[in-house]
Design a protein around this ligand. Structure first.
Ligand SMILES: Nc1ncnc2c1ncn2[C@@H]1O[C@H](COP(=O)(O)OP(=O)(O)OP(=O)(O)O)[C@@H](O)[C@H]1O
Ligand SMILES: [Mg+2]
Length: 297
């Protein structure tokens, strides 16, 4: 974690605390069984959700560290507390499609577009590809989106959940960044996740971040033991050292080893086989799982 979490401040003179959401119970308590070693992060996210109206929080961390798992938990908990949840996720193949991300998150609100002013409605419907016309002015799309969110969240608190910001098309990243910095005074909140070092990080300017660190030793060991209770101690120690607290590696390394026919009593080679996700992240230089002992994974 990046020390103290500073949540985005409310607008001058606005008592942000008065926008508390109807979230009951502690997120940490409800999810303690599902996610290993994330009590602190769940408490921070739970606190954010209780006061999320008017705020934004971005989870950052290396591939596989558990960003999506935490977003899923937060979305599920919020929905069960009666908060409307809209989700989108940056997709690599859509990074070149302007407003593709915005389409994902706001298409479910299409019926509400009728309440917007003519210029806002026109800008948003053209941006999302619901009608044709000249490319809309980005500021008009930004304001249309803000107006929409303000209006919809008046009826019911709204949580926007956006995963993989680094794959979001630039036009959507601009609009969502604009929106996230102007939620004060609304009962809408935005919770997002991104790699710490990828393009699109400009969207995060001025927003509160929670950095997810790898699991500590005890939690890593707990996770691997609960998922693979029959691993011999020596193999477990080697895989724990290799995974270095990354939940994806903790779950993927033993599974792939088994798929490669490794016998529980057999000796491990110097190079461990990787699964699809670890290979992909390594190829992109986001993780280094290339070779054997001691390699960061
Ligand atoms: N704290 C945890 N306890 C148990 N399982 C976890 C935990 N964190 C993550 N996982 C599991 O580890 C795997 C990787 O997590 P996840 O997909 O959330 O990572 P990510 O940070 O979103 O990765 P990416 O950057 O590649 O999207 C998933 O199978 C997830 O369910
Ligand atoms: Mg993810």
């Amino acid at each position: 974690m990046t020390g103290t979490i500073e949540l985005a401040p409310g607008a001058a003179g606005l008592a942000v605390d008065s926008w508390a959401w109807p979230l009951t119970g502690a997120l940490a308590g409800a999810l303690a069984g599902a996610l290993v070693g994330r009590d602190t992060e769940l408490a921070v996210i739970g606190e954010f959700l209780r006061r999320a109206g008017g705020r934004a929080l971005i989870l950052t961390g290396e591939p596989g560290v558990g960003k999506t798992a935490l977003l899923d938990a937060a979305a599920e908990q919020s929905a069960s507390a009666g908060i409307a949840v809209l989700r989108a996720s940056g997709v690599e193949s859509e990074t070149g499609v302007p407003f593709a991300g915005l389409h994902q998150i706001f298409a479910p609100l299409a019926e509400e577009f009728g309440g917007l002013s003519g210029p806002h409605r026109a800008a948003l419907t053209v941006a999302l590809g619901f009608s044709s016309g000249p490319a809309p002015d980005h500021l008009l799309v930004c304001n249309a989106t803000l107006t929409l969110v303000r209006s919809v969240s008046q009826a019911r608190p709204l949580l926007l959940v956006v995963d993989d910001l680094h794959w979001l098309d630039q036009a959507s990243a601009v609009v969502l960044g604009f929106l996230a910095r102007r939620l004060a005074g609304t009962t809408a909140g935005l919770l997002a996740a991104a790699l710490p070092y990828e393009p699109g990080s400009f969207m995060r300017t001025g927003l509160a971040e929670l950095e997810l660190r790898p699991l500590d030793e005890a939690a890593a060991s707990r996770l691997m033991s609960s998922a693979f209770p029959l691993l011999p101690a020596r193999t477990r120690q080697r895989l724990l050292a290799q995974a270095r607290g990354n939940p994806l590696a903790l779950l993927e390394l033993p599974r792939v080893l088994g798929e490669h026919g490794h016998q529980p009593t057999g000796a491990l080679g110097t190079v461990l086989p990787l699964g699809r996700r670890l290979r992909k992240s390594t190829r992109r230089g986001w993780l280094n799982c290339r070779s054997g002992r001691g390699t960061r994974c």
